[in-house]
Design a protein around this ligand. Structure first.
Ligand code: GTP
Ligand code: MG
Length: 342
């Protein structure tokens, strides 16, 4: 009896201890989160404003900046710039990771298959987890269709897998999911249950939703494998019109991409984002279209696919950017049950 009671109280103590540790950890994390450029040594309101206006909106951007850049943009002395940079670097965990550790982390990387072998091969076996894949192309090229297919197919590989669909253009269709599920030999009701859809009404809402995905993983214990943002850029494009607002738009988009990158990296999630194209007025040779979002989206994406309509209703995907795959093209058909080879 006594022994048991003692054991029990020991257990309780341990739990309390653990809890304390967790709380301390949490508050530490929160402290870090809350730091802004205003908290940097020697930065007052005016300097902070200059920094933010020039794209140095958070501690990370300062930590990776060079003193010269900050001298130019914020008008501070070089010594002050160094102080700010060092402080920012100390705040962030910017340590090294061994190649061995990195390889270990790379080993958990998975590939989500689409049912078009050609497209999967183009990407080295499928859409990669721990990465962002950007798909850009004109209307009707199939970007949304691929998003739907990933939401279904991740469940084919893992029955517990959950897909998150952030829908900005109201183009998510549960009926289409049911068709694709049948095509993949899965039970439509179960597949639909494991897709969490959120309609984003503006860019701020979209960014907030992306941040909330982490809660699904850490608080609700869902096994989120795919996060689809369809479309990544539509709201940003509609809300920031005119040259004067471009810097602000890119800054926000940059923040959004970083949230997605962190999500991909920390939780081994496959992030799939769609992007429209616009006409380049000054191109006479080659393809006169380019992706919205510019370098910020391009740099944050590990894989970039340019999708276009091909012959006889087919679609052609071109791999534009990838760290370890050659550039190439793959053709396929979008059919009722999924993608089909040509
Ligand atoms: P935007 O969002 O407008 O930029 O276009 P998108 O690139 O997202 O195009 P989306 O993925 O919506 O592609 C639409 C095309 O997919 C249609 O024109 C059809 O060709 C094809 N498609 C959609 N559903 C089906 C289907 O059930 N069966 C077949 N065969 N094709 C379909
Ligand atoms: Mg679409």
């Amino acid at each position: 009896m006594k022994l048991e009671e003692q054991k029990k109280s020991e257990e309780e103590n341990l739990n309390e201890e653990q809890e304390k540790k967790i709380i301390v950890k949490k508050t530490k994390k929160e402290e870090k989160k809350e730091l802004t450029v205003q908290d940097l040594p020697g930065v007052g309101a005016a300097t902070a404003e200059k920094l933010v206006d020039s794209g140095y909106g958070n501690i990370m951007s300062i930590a990776v900046a060079s003193p010269g850049e900050l001298v130019d943009t914020a008008g501070v002395s070089e010594a002050a710039a160094r102080k700010m940079i060092n402080f920012a670097r100390n705040q962030l965990d910017m340590g090294f990771e061994s190649g061995e550790e990195l390889l270990k982390r790379r080993k958990r990387v998975d590939k989500i298959k689409t049912s078009s072998e050609a497209l999967d091969n183009l990407l080295g076996g499928g859409f990669e987890t721990s990465s962002i894949t950007e798909c850009f192309g004109e209307y009707g090229s199939g970007k949304t269709q691929i998003g739907h297919i990933l939401a279904v197919n991740c469940q084919k590989q893992d029955p517990d897998a959950v897909a998150v669909y952030i829908d900005t253009e109201n183009t998510f269709r549960p009926e289409r999911i049911a068709q694709l599920a049948k095509g993949a030999g899965l039970e439509p009701e179960k597949v639909l249950k494991n897709i969490k859809v959120a309609r984003a009404y503006n860019s701020d809402h979209q960014m907030l939703l992306a941040e909330k995905v982490e809660d699904l993983i850490t608080k609700q214990n869902l096994k989120v494998r795919v996060v689809i943002v369809d479309s990544l850029t539509a709201h940003f494009r509609a809300e920031f019109i005119g040259r004067g607002t471009l810097a602000e738009r890119q800054q926000k988009l940059n923040k959004h991409m970083h949230i997605l990158l962190k999500l991909a990296d920390m939780h081994n999630v496959c992030v799939y984002v769609t992007n429209q194209v616009m006409a380049k007025p000054d191109v006479f040779f080659g393809d006169p279209t380019q992706a919205i979002g510019g370098h910020i989206v391009a740099h944050a994406s590990t894989f970039r696919i340019y999708l276009r309509k091909g012959k006889k209703g087919s679609r052609v995907a071109k791999l534009v950017d990838s760290p370890n795959m050659p550039e190439g093209e793959a053709g396929f058909f979008v059919t009722e049950g999924g993608l089909k080879e040509i």
